[in-house]
Write a protein that binds this ligand. Sequence first.
Ligand SMILES: Nc1nc2c(ncn2[C@@H]2O[C@H](COP(=O)(O)OP(=O)(O)O)[C@@H](O)[C@H]2O)c(=O)[nH]1
Ligand SMILES: [Mg+2]
Ligand SMILES: [Zn+2]
Length: 307
Amino acid sequence: MGNDQSDCSHVYGGRMTMTGRIVKGIGGFYYVLCSDGLYTCKAKGLFRLDKTKPLVGDIVDIDVIPGEDMVGNISNIHPRTNELIRPNVANADQALIIFALVSPEPNFVTLDKMILQYKAQDIPVIICFNKEDLASENMAAEVADDYRDSGCRIFVTSAREKEGIDDLQAILYGKTTVVAGPSGVGKSSIINCLTGSDLQKTGEISQKLARGKHTTRHSEIIPIKDNTYIIDTPGFGSFDLFDIATEDLSGYYEEFKEYTACRFMPCSHTHEPGCGVKDAVDLGRISKRRYENYAYIYEELERSRRY
Ligand SMILES: Nc1nc2c(ncn2[C@@H]2O[C@H](COP(=O)(O)OP(=O)(O)O)[C@@H](O)[C@H]2O)c(=O)[nH]1
Ligand SMILES: [Mg+2]
Ligand SMILES: [Zn+2]
């Protein structure tokens, strides 16, 4: 992102403006992190001007309201490098998808759908397989192998044993990373390792809370260090693959790319004879698990299109 938030206050005719980043938005209030702290802001007038709604992740200018304690009004949104739909945030550089190797048992179809969701939005994906301490060595290696050619960078960690966290730190540095994954996989534990604090509630308590009345959670930016941010996203329920047409699906599978010279063109790589992708699966060049889940997701997209 390279947004420099230092030295960003200016005084124009007695009016003070600051530049910062929206870290949270709740009930019409935006919390904007500036060099001297967190401002509570509204966005009066902005909507009417060009109908742009401020998003978590936006770099914004604010007018500081004189005589009040850290209160402002958002006057301008800086141009976005991108805007994600799910979660609806701005200026994310990459996504970190966290799954546990065991406990909870990984659902690889869900993982693949999450990968697809980010790839369809042009966001590079990092996968972190956590709870290495609970898994057999074999399993960690097998799973990592399945995703080796997926175009995603793979990390295997244990938040409990603090294994692999340094490598993760390194790849997050200087970037804004959206973090996602099912509940219970260790997202909060990993975020705590990264921030070196216990700010995130972990374990059963937070899971109970999440299932309770206050299920409306919001995306929130957590600063890790200079210019390094994590966007913690609300949990997800069932997963619709938005905006992906069946004929585009295979294009998001990096590991298929070498093998798509099929007898029939176009080829869905599901049932056609002389399919290069299926041959590569048979020869062990494409992960069987990735392929089978591709075929499953393809079918699901086909079915949803028919209704
Ligand atoms: N054995 C083991 N347990 C972990 C690890 N990471 C997290 N946990 C535990 O898994 C549970 C869920 O972790 P939490 O961070 O709350 O998951 P979240 O729902 O994804 O945020 C907690 O009881 C954690 O202590 C790990 O690497 N190994
Ligand atoms: Mg959590
Ligand atoms: Zn084919």
